[in-house]
Write a protein that binds this ligand. Structure first.
Ligand code: BMA
Length: 840
């Protein structure tokens, strides 16, 4: 064969034929990349799995073997070189046949398959066929054959659905369901599908390490090539107007080359809220195979070192210790075909819109597509990246470890150039899970040794492949080879604090722990009413109907939501109000935790609540509904994540505890300290005004003054003793900058809301348009709590769930989502405004 031409790629994405060896009447088109459920749904062969209890009726799909097949035509020039069949993600265990011949067997959906098919593609018609095994059956067979039991997580064995041994197969664990997730076990192919032709070699990965000097950054560009034979290639990198061209001798197999470039006067990349996100395109050209990566220049360190408390745990960026604020991320949809760049952009823009600067990609989900990380680079969202292991033990035999080695090595090499990647973390809660199952509890030595074989391999891979990044063994973890309790120990490492939700402690319990970095804690709410309407008929809109229980995957979740309402609020008068109140309550729980933990800065340097998004319409801990609509928590997050903030910290000299050792409910604090938080690099001065407001109307100023807060600090500004606050009063405080611009408002209720006689409020709303944006102005005759405006058009207001006080106007600017534009007239028709007084 003469090898003359350079690189080209034949796109193999498109329409395939979907058949099954066991279901004879199915012969349907399937769009790949995509998945089987979506194809069956489009062809009306299954009902919408998200509706009602349909999940149960579509289980047969994942219990069936499937094949997809397409023909493609190749010309003489398409194939006159070395050929690679690239299938980025095959989900999951499958034979890949090219023109009838098995060219690969896939086994790990997190591994990119680059299959050498040189000489196997014909001029003219060719057939690509993928035959999927039944993943749950394979998983069960492997588990049965394993020399000792490895229990699978309890998190998805809800609603009578059977468990699947997800720890024996490499695919998103939550595909089998989770305590917020539907069990679909999708089957499909995602990401790139192409036939690549190389003259001699193909690009495997391009990694970029940064060494920051005083006014320059040294980039070390590590290029990994796969050469089909010995020979010479031309490699070129261009960045910041500098081009490096190199003629390189390559040996058959993998070759690694390193080039250095210095960027002078670098424009530094900062996380959102702390500065800009300039990106330098790096274009790599290998004999015509061109790839582009956007490089953000920033120095990122984790400072985990001994201090007066125990050990710090904080992220230092460009020399500054920056508090990480954000949430946990799960896969964006249980039907993978629906995860598109537009969907991801929308969700990530909402994260940024709520003043988040970090998301944690959780280990029970998946590594995301390239565009996800590119968007995070662009938006300034740092990523705490778990490797994909969660809540259960995994095997540690050689074939399993080898598969995982390939997976982690590839993923780290694929992603390490991204400015957004802040940390590689071994797993989610696998250490803790050792004490959850009878099998692991009975034989801890065996399971810890088993754990360490996998976990230490992960650490070694990071050390070899991405030495500038920190590896953190697990989340939560107290540190290197420390297997103790990361759920309660708050002096070092990261903390998952679940006592409020999973153990029904009072919200006040958040103030009894003092994390260094809280990487998980959450409180559930129902998904918004318009989302409930997409899966529950009118008759099913009741918290204990089978449909609503199907759409609640945490045992006892709905009961927990309702029982908590009785502790803090008067019981809601109907289903719709209950849904609304559940979101107020969820927001309040997270506000309690996050305001307090932020106020302990520099002790606490991170709060990531569980969880930002939903994978399907469900009651969950998320702050965004499935589909991306903002729940009330998302609005409250925008406020409690303000870089400059004032929060109330109630204090009590002697805390009375009840029989369960918890603070007595209804016990009032002695005093309320108002703390100022400054997460900026500059000292700021705020003028603070604190009012005591009667719930029935009428208020008085109890403090007014200017306060300076040093850079990156949290300090007490003033305090209001409880004996200066009347029975029916709450505190409302606002702070302004030196020019009198309002920076923020907040309030604090010393007692549970149910203890106040909240009076009905008449809220009036009027629309206007300003600078092309619709503005809603709200006014109320009485204090109106958690006043919330909603419209039917996708978008969010600049604020919501706000406290309205009589005599003051509150303006909310509407931001349409998905880049749409909208006028106030269009919004006005569907406007609804509600507040707490209407709930009971
Ligand atoms: C955390 C997570 C998930 C789970 C959540 C809520 O521990 O890691 O496993 O969804 O709790 O229970």
């Amino acid at each position: 064969m003469s090898i003359t031409s350079s690189y080209s790629a034949l796109d193999l994405a498109g329409s395939f034929r979907l058949t099954s060896p066991t279901v004879s009447d199915i012969d349907l088109p399937i769009t790949l990349p995509g998945d089987v459920h979506q194809s069956l749904l489009t062809a009306d062969r299954i009902p919408d799995p998200y509706f009602g209890e349909n999940e149960k009726t579509v289980m047969w799909v994942n219990e069936t073997a499937w094949s997809v097949e397409r023909s493609f035509s190749a010309s003489a020039t398409d194939i006159d070189g070395y050929l690679t069949l690239t299938l980025a993600e095959v989900d999951c265990i499958a034979n890949i046949r090219l023109n009838g011949e098995v060219v690969a067997k896939t086994d790990n959906s997190f591994v990119r398959n680059d299959i050498d098919v040189t000489g196997k593609v014909r001029i003219g018609d060719n057939t690509l066929r993928i035959e999927f095994d039944i993943a749950p059956d394979v998983a069960k067979a492997r588990s049965d054959a394993h020399p000792f039991p490895i229990p699978f997580t309890k998190n998805y064995q809800t609603n009578g659905l059977k468990g699947i041994h997800m720890n024996f197969i490499r695919k998103a664990a939550c595909h089998a369901g989770w305590d917020w997730g539907i069990c679909l076990m999708p089957i499909g192919v995602y990401g790139t599908m192409s036939l690549r032709k190389s003259r001699l070699a193909r690009q495997e990965s391009v990694q970029v390490d940064q060494a920051h000097g005083s006014n320059s950054v040294e980039l070390q560009i590590k290029t990994r090539l796969f050469a089909f034979a010995h020979g010479e290639v031309e490699l070129e990198h261009t960045i910041d107007g500098q081009t490096i061209t190199d003629k390189l001798v390559v040996q058959k197999g993998e070759n690694v080359f390193t080039h250095n470039v210095t960027i002078h006067n670098p424009k530094l990349w900062w996380p959102s809220g702390q500065g800009e996100q300039p990106l330098y395109p790096l274009v790599t050209n290998l004999d015509g195979e061109k790839t582009t990566r956007q490089i953000g220049l920033r120095k990122l360190e984790w400072i985990v070192e001994k201090d007066e408390i125990d050990h710090s745990f904080k992220c230092r960026i460009n020399g500054r210790d920056i508090t990480m604020m954000g949430a946990n991320w799960i896969p964006a949809d249980a039907i993978p075909s629906r995860i598109t760049p537009a969907v991801i952009r929308d969700l990530l823009e909402s994260a940024k819109g709520a003043n988040m600067n970090m998301l944690r990609i959780w280990g029970g989900g998946q590594y995301e597509a390239d565009y996800f990380y590119e968007l995070c680079d662009e938006l300034g969202i740092l990523i705490w990246h778990d490797f994909m292991f969660a809540c259960m033990s995994y095997p540690s035999d050689r074939p399993f470890l080898e598969s995982v080695r390939t997976e982690i090595t590839q993923q780290v090499r694929r992603l390490s150039h991204h400015a957004c990647i802040a940390l590689w973390c071994g797993d989610n809660e696998v250490i803790g899970s050792l004490s959850w199952y009878p099998e692991t509890k009975a034989d801890p030595g065996r399971y810890i040794a088993n754990y360490d074989r996998l976990n230490s391999m992960l650490g070694n891979i990071v050390e070899d492949e991405d030495p500038v990044r920190r590896f953190w063994p697990s989340s939560p973890s107290l540190g290197y080879l420390d297997f103790s309790d990361g759920w309660h120990s708050d002096t070092r490492g990261d903390l998952h604090y679940w006592d409020v939700w999973h153990s029904a402690k009072a919200f006040e319990a958040y103030r009894t722990v003092h994390p260094r970095f809280a990487s998980e804690f959450g409180f559930q709410s129902f998904t918004s009413m318009n989302v409930i309407e997409t899966f529950a008929e009118e008759k099913d809109r009741n918290p204990s109907s089978p449909v609503m229980e199907m759409h609640q995957r945490n045992d006892g979740g709905n009961a927990r939501i309702l029982e908590t309402m009785t502790r803090y609020f008067r019981f809601p008068r109907d289903f719709d109000q209950m849904v609304f109140l559940s979101q107020i309550q969820q927001g309040l729980a997270m506000k309690t935790a996050i305001e307090y933990w932020r106020s302990t800065k520099p002790r606490c340097m991170g709060t990531l609540y569980w969880q930002i998004n939903d994978i399907w319409p469900v009651a969950s801990w998320s702050s965004l509904d499935y589909g991306g609509q903002w729940k009330l928590l998302q609005y409250m997050a925008k406020r409690f994540f303000f870089a400059v903030n004032v929060v109330a910290v109630p204090q009590k000299a002697e805390v009375r505890t009840n029989s369960r050792g918890l603070p007595v409910q209804g016990d009032l604090p002695d005093t309320i300290v108002l703390k100022g938080i400054n997460d900026t690099a500059n000292e700021i001065s705020v003028s603070l005004e604190v009012r005591a407001v009667k719930v029935g109307g009428g208020d008085r100023v109890v403090f007014s003054g200017n306060c300076a807060i040093g850079p990156d600090a949290a300090i007490p500004l003033t305090e209001v003793p409880m004996n200066e606050i009347a029975e029916d009063e709450f505190l409302f405080f606002s702070w302004r900058d030196a020019n009198g611009n309002l920076l923020g408002e907040n309030d604090f209720f010393p007692k549970a809301y149910k203890a106040y006689d909240i009076v009905p409020a008449n809220v009036s709303a009027s629309w206007s348009d300003r600078d092309g944006k619709p503005v809603l102005t709200l006014e109320s005759d009485k204090p109106a709590l958690f006043t919330t405006a909603t419209v039917d058009i996708p978008g969010y207001f600049s604020d919501n769930a706000v406290t309205l006080l009589p005599g003051r106007k509150t303006e909310l600017v509407f931001n349409p989502r998905h880049g749409r534009s909208v006028t106030s007239a269009e919004l006005a028709t569907s406007l609804k405004v509600r507040n707490l007084s209407e709930t009971f």
